[in-house]
Design a protein around this ligand. Structure first.
Ligand code: ADP
Ligand code: ZN
Ligand code: ZN
Length: 734
């Protein structure tokens, strides 16, 4: 008897295991390959899974295995290199394989849709339709007209119907009568012979030198470090042009809010070749179509956010990660991969160049550049004639502030507006005020589900928890002492908007934050208005810090720069510095020199002084030396094991046991160290108590080995069921 065929399948379940099934009945088993999808019964549901292995035995008795119901693909969905990258990533990030693969695929493929593009529909006559005598249907003149057109032309598509003025309902009637049927056709435009549409700019010496360092093929990672406006994107464009002329494709990753219509338009203006985008604003069908075009090579350039790292590419020749320091490249829940780090691996495996670009590189990348793993390319001038903005620190400790603004700041805003220019005011806090306070007894509005305060919003007026979304009405009197003098405490964007409007009643004040841009196109409309160039004040959160260039903004005001300085997240100061310089970079583009006012309560803080007086690199060096001393990344590698539960003792007990298990496997020492369980930054959130155990390691190998032993033990642990838990390798947020 021939050996049986058993399929080892990855299913989208939170379980860290693979599932054995028999092949679907009647399927030729020689057609079964890893990477194909199958539909299988699972309990009483149906799931779509991926074949991981085709094997001849199972650890379970064969009679216990159920057959898969259907084979959905004739070929593996992903090219081999990407398939292996996904398997590697599931392993490295300690995530269940089925869920990891699921995350990497477009939604429609997860749901079992065929891996085919949705074509354009067209209509033809059935045999019966063709057999109708001339002059049939004459009582329904529109239908008769349609019939005649089909008899004459054979087939009609949507455009033809529109031209003839025939409504779809008439087509439908004939379809229902069995006279007409529809088919779909994917239109493939013939390949465009030209690479470029627009002539490239002449590179500055510095840009030319940087581009010359980036090889046209072969594995090579460069860190392209240049201030905003120094011409990094121009280098990407020219490097991509070289790759396209070799007949290969380019994949560009940008941060979540960096993929603006302007960015896309800039690529499309430059290249005659098809450019496709992949981002969260697209519907599932559009995403799948773009994905398929990348896989079969019709899309020559793909620009996408984090998950685009999993785009299959027929012949990828270059990878680019813009704003590589941005934390949106790391997924913060579920499959916690870093798209930037996977880009490095993908480039290595494909033997192609990767460019990591940033005005404020992450400390990891700077470290890699210093140790020679990355090639360090620096752009120090702004492109064209634009000058770097001037930074002015304002110590606001002993100054009277008017709703958060110093007198000097208000004067500078006025001068800027009078000169016909625009002003950007940055405050990374939406809402009216961070909380509501009772001046008589000290009561503060707190969220009853989280360890945090409720933010006061005015439009519409309510109290809102930004962590669990809990909302409630604003009380009229203090719940504790009945005082009716409740007052907002601190500044949010709504309040700054109100204050600015009061000071500058004749000027447009535009607020940009999640609340003001909730409606479709609201953000786009705001940006368009600013681009028209009339004097105005933009006030908003970090939505203003990325992606958009505001050419007429000549004054940037940073109201409160200190938030990250004393954060318990060790990355707080790094983030603060990056955000500050990103915001500052919005000013003084084009030929208008800009000014940046930074209001701070900590003007004497060594990190603040270093950043403002000596710049980002000195600042980064200072933080790096602290990290080296304290054994933090990038000098040691880190993983966080998180657990949360409605009862704090459950989470703590579980993590204590995990730590004991870990220490049994690997006693604490230089190679592996343990810290915790400690409360998470927000200990209580959404009625759950959150704790974490930190594991740090001298090398990735030891950390990986430990985690892959621990993960299955944790899953089996009796206390695991009382917690939500996860492993976060190379965590970005503490
Ligand atoms: P970055 O990506 O570093 O922010 P960009 O590539 O967007 O910089 O360049 C900033 C501005 O300078 C853009 O308007 C761009 O068209 C212009 N620019 C870039 N390189 C050159 C060049 N070599 N000559 C003239 N203008 C340039
Ligand atoms: Zn009170
Ligand atoms: Zn809450």
């Amino acid at each position: 008897m021939a050996a049986p065929t058993v399929l080892e399948i990855a299913l989208p379940t939170p379980l860290r295991r693979r599932f054995d099934y028999l092949p679907p009945e009647g399927v030729d088993t020689t057609l079964l390959k890893p990477g194909q999808r199958v539909r299988v019964p699972f309990g009483n549901q149906r799931l779509i899974g991926l074949i991981l292995r085709v094997k001849s035995e199972s650890s379970l008795p064969l009679q216990n295995l159920r057959p898969a119901e259907a084979l959905l693909d004739t070929k593996p969905l992903l090219p081999d290199d990407l398939w292996r990258l996904c398997l590697w990533a599931a392993d490295y990030y300690q995530h269940p394989i089925g869920d990891a693969l699921h995350t990497a695929l477009p939604v429609l493929l997860r749901q079992g849709e065929p891996d085919r593009e949705k074509g354009e529909p067209y209509w033809q006559l059935t045999t019966e339709g063709k057999g109708l005598p001339e002059g049939a249907l004459k009582r329904a003149p529109r239908q008769a007209e349609l019939l005649a057109a089909l008899q004459q032309r054979g087939a009609l598509n949507r455009a033809d119907l529109a031209a003839l003025g025939i409504a779809r309902s008439h087509v439908k009637t004939l379809e229902d009568k069995g006279l007409v049927f529809s088919r779909e056709q994917v239109l493939t435009p013939s390949p465009e012979p030209n690479i470029l549409r627009d002539t490239p700019l002449t590179l500055s010496d510095e840009q030319a030198a940087a581009l010359a360092q980036i090889p046209e093929d072969g594995f090579h990672i460069s860190l392209l470090d240049g201030t905003t406006g120094s011409g990094k994107t121009e280098i990407y464009l020219q490097a991509i042009a070289r790759t396209l002329s070799q007949g290969r494709q380019a994949l560009v990753l940008v941060p979540e809010i960096g993929l603006t219509p302007q960015t896309l338009a800039r690529f499309q203006r430059r290249f005659a070749q098809p450019v496709v985008a992949l981002h969260s604003g697209m519907n599932d069908r559009e995403r799948l179509d773009a994905w398929l075009q990348a896989r079969d090579g019709r899309a020559r350039i793909v620009i996408g956010t984090r998950s685009a790292i999993f785009t299959p590419m027929a012949d990828l020749g270059i990878l680019i990660v813009d704003e590589e320091h941005d934390s949106s490249f790391k997924q913060q829940d579920g499959f916690r991969y870093s798209a930037r780090d996977l880009a490095a691996l993908r480039a290595h495996r494909l033997n192609i160049p990767l460019i990591l670009g940033s005005a404020t590189p992450s400390l990891e990348s700077l470290h890699n550049a210093r140790t020679g793993r990355y090639h360090y390319l620096r752009l120090t001038h702004r492109a064209g004639n634009a000058r770097a903005p001037e930074l002015l620190t304002q110590d606001i400790r002993r100054q009277p502030l008017d709703e958060g603004f110093s007198r000097d700041t208000l004067e500078r805003i006025r001068t800027t507006l009078d000169a016909g220019n625009q002003v950007l005011v940055f405050l990374n806090r939406r809402g009216y005020a961070p909380t509501l306070e009772c001046p008589d007894c000290g009561w503060l509005a707190e969220c009853r589900h989280c360890d945090t305060r409720l933010t006061l919003h005015q439009t519409p007026r309510h109290l809102h928890c930004h962590h669990c979304d809990h909302q409630r009405a604003v009380p009229r009197a203090c719940p504790s002492c009945k005082s009716t003098r409740l007052q907002p405490l601190g500044q949010g964007t709504e309040r700054s908007e109100e204050a600015l409007q009061r000071h500058f009643p004749d000027t447009r004040v535009l607020r940009v934050d999640r609340d003001s841009t909730r409606q479709k196109n609201a953000f786009r409309d705001l940006v368009e208005e600013v681009h028209r160039g009339d004097p105005c004040i933009l006030v908003g959160t970090q939505m203003l810090a990325k992606g958009h260039h505001f050419a007429d903004v000549t004054l940037v005001v940073i109201l409160d720069s200190d938030a990250g300085l004393f954060s318990t997240d060790f990355r707080g100061p790094e983030r603060m510095g990056q955000l500050l310089l990103q915001v500052a970079g919005r000013a003084g583009r084009a030929d208008k020199p800009g000014q940046v006012i930074i209001q701070t309560h900590h003007a004497e803080h060594p990190l603040v002084r270093t950043l403002l007086e000596r710049g980002y690199h000195a600042f980064a060096e200072l933080i790096l030396s602290e990290r080296r001393l304290t054994g933090l990344p990038p000098f040691r590698h880190m993983a966080l094991i998180r657990a949360e539960s409605k009862r704090p003792e459950n989470a703590v007990a579980f993590l204590k046991q995990v730590r004991a298990l870990a220490e049994q496997r690997h006693p604490p020492g230089h190679e592996l160290g343990y810290l915790g369980p400690l409360p998470a930054m927000l200990e209580k959130r959404g009625d759950r108590f959150r704790y974490q155990l930190q594991v740090n390691a001298a090398n990735r190998g030891a950390l990986q080995k430990l985690l892959s032993q621990l993960a299955p033990e944790m899953e089996q642990h009796a206390l695991a069921k009382r917690n939500r838990w996860s492993i976060d390798v190379d965590p970005q947020d503490m």
